[in-house]
Ligand binder design. Structure first.
Ligand code: HEC
Length: 294
């Protein structure tokens, strides 16, 4: 209850501090936007198993209740077809919805907050071309009292505003770091969370034993418990076709982000140079010994 009190207090502070929307304006390049979407795992949490792409309604279980992803297609009633670019940008990078309320943090806006302006513009251009689906959004089944207040409070406490670059780094480890942190958001699944649902930075990418999506492997370069024995080519091949060095295929949520859901984009379509940059960066993160049981 004490925690909720803090959240509620923080919520009032947050109302006063909601930042103004930066102008990402203008029209982006939808072809480049699809490449951004590919590295973002096709925004696959928004696509039901049998499609259509972006129609929403996918159940996301968390310790705080069951959330349903929303319709992000171009339908002007059920989707985001009549949202302005600034409104879409606000939801993506700052977690603010059109009516000023704050999104549930199951939407990883604190990570996308650092997505480059250019990538956001292009991603929006791609989203605008998603065929309209009339699937209606479902209400979340949140197990917190005053959820809107709680989400505001959460953002104030745990999602400080991050500066986003105008353009993403062009190549090398820097680009890999940007893609892993801000677009592919590997840590959203591979990093454990604390009791508030906040990623535990000291265990970055060290894997999860009993999270809402089950077991997620340690992908730090620890040779015994992580992927330290993998070379860059092994990592690139896994991201391209889901094949592990022992010739097993990744399943579940990892399969979804690699292959895309229901024909949507996935890592498999990303540029080879981007997958290489990701593999290079992953070699540089601290190795953490943490065993995820089979
Ligand atoms: C939506 C959640 C999610 C995201 C995002 C995600 N992963 Fe995964 N990943 C998983 C899950 C779950 C598994 C386990 C799959 C299985 O058991 O077959 C996995 C497996 C893996 C494996 C296999 C490890 C092993 O020991 O076999 C690697 C490597 C990996 N992911 C790398 C990445 C990288 C790199 C990114 C970002 C570019 C990423 N993942 C993003 C959920 C995710």
């Amino acid at each position: 209850m004490k925690a909720l009190g803090i959240l509620a207090m923080a919520a009032f502070v947050a109302v006063a501090c909601t930042p103004e929307a930066p102008d990402v304006g203008g029209t982006g390049d939808a072809v480049r936007g699809k490449e951004v979407a590919a590295i973002a795992g096709g925004c696959g949490c928004h696509t039901p198993e049998n499609g259509p792409v972006g129609a929403g309604g996918v159940e996301i279980e968390t310790p705080f209740g069951v959330f349903y992803s929303t319709n992000i297609t171009s339908d002007s009633t059920a989707g985001i077809g009549d949202w302005s670019d600034a409104e879409i940008e606000g939801a993506l990078r700052r977690g603010v919805l059109r009516d000023g309320s704050v999104e549930a943090p199951v939407m990883p806006y604190p990570l996308y907050g650092g997505m480059a302006d250019e990538d956001v513009r292009d991603l929006i251009a791609w989203l605008r071309r998603l065929p309209a689906s009339a699937t209606k959004n479902r209400l979340h089944e949140v197990s917190l009292p005053l959820p809107r207040l709680a989400f505001w409070g959460w953002r104030t406490l745990f999602a400080p505003t991050v500066a986003a670059p105008a353009k993403a780094p062009a190549s090398g480890v820097e680009r890999g770091e940007y893609l892993v942190h801000r677009v592919a958001i590997c840590g959203d699944c591979h990093t454990p969370r604390n009791a508030f649902g906040v990623s535990d930075a000291s265990n970055y990418l060290a894997g999860v034993n009993d999270g809402p999506i089950g077991k997620v492997p340690n992908i730090t370069p620890d040779p015994a418990t992580g992927v330290g024995e993998w070379d860059e080519a092994d990592m690139i091949s896994l991201l391209q076709d889901g094949m592990q060095p022992d010739l097993d295929n990744v399943q579940g949520k990892m399969g979804d982000v690699v292959d895309g859901v229901a024909g949507g984009p996935g890592y498999f379509e990303a540029r080879d140079s981007d997958l290489k940059a990701i593999a290079e960066y992953l070699k540089t993160v601290p190795a953490i010994s943490h065993r995820v049981a089979d």
